[in-house]
Write a protein that binds this ligand. Structure first.
Ligand SMILES: [Cu+2]
Length: 97
């Protein structure tokens, strides 16, 4: 009786552990095609807008390639939030498939 209770608690512990691994999602990296970057200061604005999104860990914007590479925690934010952030800054963007 007592033993089965321990087994049940043990299973509960395993389940809780699985849930916590879902919360601490691995960082994801996406590349955005950014339009409207016409001068060298535009990437700075784009980078700033993306860095402000909660969950974004790193941003690298290339003016030459018209791209932004963003590493983010997908438990905290979404690619939609990233493209919205650049659009709010005046640069529409799409996620590169
Ligand atoms: Cu500019």
């Amino acid at each position: 009786m007592l033993k089965s209770l321990f087994i049940a608690l043990g299973l509960g512990g395993v389940l809780a552990c699985c849930q916590c691994s879902a919360v601490h999602a691995a960082p994801r990296t996406v590349t955005l095609d950014v339009s409207g970057m016409t001068c060298v200061t535009c990437p700075i604005t784009v980078k700033k807008s993306l860095s402000r999104v909660d969950g974004v860990e790193s941003v690298d914007v290339s003016f030459k390639d018209k791209q932004a590479t963003v590493t983010f925690d997908d438990a905290k934010t979404t690619t939609e939030a990233l493209t919205r952030a650049t659009a709010d800054a005046g640069f529409s963007s799409t996620v590169r498939p």
